[in-house]
Design a protein around this ligand. Structure first.
Ligand code: PMP
Length: 406
């Protein structure tokens, strides 16, 4: 049965066996980062024990092995998102760097008056890079609104598209609200007008099966650390022709073909966008995380997280004064909430004493919280290893915190 299968997967996460404040850890801060299975941790240890050397340029044996392991990881990522070619998989530091890469290459080709459309529910990583371009190049940043359930207003988005629109950049899944956006519909709409689409997949890849060819998106950015892999690495997927057409960004080793003071030529994809020694162990860890998730089966993961989401939501709604922000029909396992008369921060601190880790604050999405009239929420977010028993502990802790704070 599903719950039993998920419990088996849970056994692979060593950190979940520890206690905090003398209580068993209930880790519900998965939107910030998720825990790592043994296989991922071990792959990185093994790299440093057995393979460590710089890649792509060495003639010696170890460098060859390390290069192969790193490039195999790229192939695993390709499979994981079903890209056509591993040339379309650019290794970056994370979602943030992936979006900044697009802003600093594709975006550099925009002119004053050109328009980029984002949504109101974006993470700051998909707002600020475009504002920097606005200040430097005079582009126009348009913001598609969300409704009171936290769903994107597709009609308004449609109405915003003009002959000047050069990019639509939206999140696949909102980290602040949990909303799963109709990204295929957005891509189809944009493509009617020949506008490319960037999807921020940071919160999507750990929860849903993502197929970039099926979505037909032009760019897709995500972070390894939110999908059971290490910090310090992530991916920018881009369609090959588009990546080919873009200017280079960071310059240095690995991204060149030939260098002289008169003229330098650049490496082909994907290395063109990968200057300097990369995060090698992390890349290998990401490859293992991709394998691990493909084997775990994202359909089962999504089904389980939906059970947890519904189970927790129903119980939370019984708590007096509870307001859940983000009540979209299609939602991932994220519950952002405020409780009348109680500060989000205080809830977080009190339930931490009972072993429950959640996030409080603005979740790097200040504009959408402002839209809902709050500056901070408490947020519980689930991963595949969470259980209904943990939800029960969380609900009991919330009730206790409310009793103490009101
Ligand atoms: N976008 C979304 C939707 C996110 O949830 C996050 C991480 N909170 C990011 C972007 C940024 O990811 P990172 O910090 O790993 O670059």
């Amino acid at each position: 049965e599903l719950a039993t299968y998920m419990l088996e997967l849970r056994q692979e996460f060593p950190i979940l066996k520890r206690t905090v404040h003398g209580k068993p850890l209930v880790y519900f801060d998965n939107g910030a980062t998720v825990q790592k299975p043994e296989a991922v941790i071990e792959s990185m240890n093994a790299y440093y024990r057995e393979l460590n050397s710089n890649i792509h340029r060495g003639v010696h044996f170890l460098s060859g092995e390390a290069t192969d392991a790193y490039e195999q990881a790229r192939e695993k990522v390709r499979q994981f998102i079903n890209a056509r070619s591993s040339k379309e998989v650019i290794f970056v530091r994370g979602t943030t760097e992936g979006i900044n890469l697009v802003a600093n290459t594709f975006g550099r080709q925009l002119a004053a008056g050109d328009e980029v459309i984002v949504s109101m529910m974006e993470h700051h990583a998909n707002i600020v890079p475009w504002q920097i371009l606005r200040d430097q190049l005079g582009i126009v940043l348009k913001v598609a609104p969300v409704d009171e359930d936290g769903e994107l207003d597709m009609a308004a988005l449609n109405a915003m598209i003009s002959a000047k629109t050069k990019l639509i950049s939206v999140t696949h899944v909102s980290n602040a609200l949990g909303t799963i956006n109709p990204v295929k519909q957005i891509v189809d709409l944009a493509h009617l007008h020949e506008i490319p689409v960037l999807l921020d997949g940071a919160q999507a890849v750990p929860h849903l099966k993502v197929d970039v060819q099926e979505l037909d998106c032009d760019f897709y950015a995500f972070s390894a650390h939110k999908m059971y892999g290490p910090t310090g690495i992530g991916v920018l997927y881009g369609k090959e022709a588009l990546l080919e057409s873009m200017p280079v960004w960071q310059g240095g080793g690995d991204m060149i073909d030939h260098v002289s003071f008169e003229k330098t030529t650049y490496a082909g994809l994907p290395h063109k966008f990968e200057a300097g020694t990369p995060a090698i162990a992390e890349g290998i860890g990401l490859g293992v995380a991709c394998d691990w998730l493909m084997q775990a089966d994202l359909a089962k993961v999504a089904a389980w997280e939906e059970i947890l989401l519904n189970y927790a939501t129903e119980q939370m709604q019984q708590i007096p004064g509870m307001r859940i922000l983000g009540t979209a029909k299609h939602k991932a396992g994220v519950i952002s909430f405020v409780i009348d008369g109680v500060h989000a921060q205080d809830i977080g601190v009190l339930i931490d004493q009972l072993g429950v880790a959640i996030r409080t604050g603005h979740h790097c999405a200040m504009p959408v919280l402002h839209h809902f009239g709050v500056d901070a929420t408490a947020r519980a977010s689930f991963a595949l290893y969470n259980t209904k028993e943990e939800v029960d502990i969380f609900i009991a802790a919330l009730n206790r915190a409310c009793d103490m704070l009101r």
